[in-house]
Design a protein around this ligand. Structure first.
Ligand SMILES: [Zn+2]
Length: 251
């Protein structure tokens, strides 16, 4: 249940299942996934503690809405279930959903360009175009990796670092983004990988970067803040493309 004023509104679990399943299919199409690892989740309760996530070792391109696991961050027996999720999904996503109820969707993966950036001594994304400047001054660079992501302490640490933020570049690891909806989170992930690709390609020229000054970068961030609806439109268009080719994600 989500609070709107003093009114409690039921979150639409069916719609969230379809959107989250679409996000998996789209991530596979865009090469944001890796093997049968990585996890996306979305909460169906206003306290964030009941959330959907992908079944263990299911390929992103095969995920269907009906097979998403429904987990409870307060249920200590979760990992004893016969269909228990991957431990890192439980530790990281459970911790973020429980700590940040407004993070309705949590997307974690190892997309190639962003992960390459996370392997640099300094993974900071320089503002060199509109995509990169989107992340200027509003990205957590978590260089404190404390151990494997399947440990409770690491989940709690990551969740704490994510408070008040929506984008995290995880040193020696990958990326995590959160959003108020699956669509908002997916747009953040999409642009994060585009931004990192632009940086890597620009660096590959061997020529100096033309980095925006702070005032210009800040103005681009403000521009993006006026375009939050674009992410929803983009996600809906991408779902329309999926529907043309293979609507089975909705099953
Ligand atoms: Zn990971």
């Amino acid at each position: 249940m989500a609070a709107v004023g003093n009114t409690m509104v039921e979150l639409d679990e069916d719609q969230i299942r379809v959107d989250l399943a679409a996000a998996f299919r789209l991530a596979a199409r865009m090469d944001l996934h890796e093997s049968v690892a990585n996890h996306f989740s979305a909460t169906i309760s206003s306290d964030g503690k009941r959330f959907l996530c992908n079944p263990k070792w299911r390929h992103f391109s095969l995920v269907r809405a009906s097979e998403l696991l429904l987990l409870d961050a307060d249920d200590p027996s979760t990992m004893d279930r016969s269909d228990a999720p991957d431990p890192s999904a439980w530790c990281i996503h459970g911790a973020i959903h429980a700590r940040i109820p407004t993070a309705r969707a949590v997307l974690h993966c190892h997309p190639p360009y962003a992960t390459a950036m996370c392997g640099l001594a300094d993974p900071t994304i320089p503002p060199i175009d509109q995509a990169t400047a989107r992340f200027w001054g509003r990205t957590v660079y978590d260089m404190e990796i404390g151990g494997p992501p399947d440990e409770q302490a690491e989940g709690a640490r990551v969740a704490e670092a994510m408070v008040g933020n929506t984008v995290m570049m995880m040193g020696n690891h990958g990326v995590t983004v959160v959003g108020e909806t699956v669509a908002h989170a997916f747009e953040e992930l999409y642009y994060l990988e585009r931004a990192c690709r632009n940086v890597v390609l620009a660096l590959s020229s061997g020529r100096p970067l033309r980095v925006m000054d702070n005032a210009l970068a800040a103005s681009v961030v403000r521009m993006w803040e006026r375009f939050t609806d674009q992410g929803v439109a983009h996600f809906n268009e991408q779902k329309a493309l999926l529907d043309l080719e293979d609507p089975s994600y909705r099953d």
